[in-house]
Design a protein around this ligand. Structure first.
Ligand code: FES
Length: 70
């Protein structure tokens, strides 16, 4: 990930419902979280009003990108 992408991820929402920035999701995956459920536990996301609909899609994108499929 490019440094400017990381910078932007500090500003962008990861989980809008819980007010968690995108960088937290990225760091969780870098630290070994391999599924949405694992990222959700580490970051405290996924149980807001949308029940993980929005942040779940972002985590899936990040996991695909990590695997070179995104
Ligand atoms: S955006 Fe994460 S629970 Fe709604």
């Amino acid at each position: 990930m490019e440094p400017d992408e990381r910078m932007m991820a500090r500003l962008k929402a990861g989980c809008i419902c819980k007010g968690v920035k995108l960088i937290r999701l990225i760091e969780a995956i870098e630290n070994g979280a391999a599924t949405f459920e694992q990222v959700a536990v580490v970051c405290g996301i996924g149980d807001g009003p949308c029940k993980g609909k929005r942040c779940g899609a972002k985590v899936q994108q990040l996991l695909l990108a990590r695997d070179g499929l995104g």
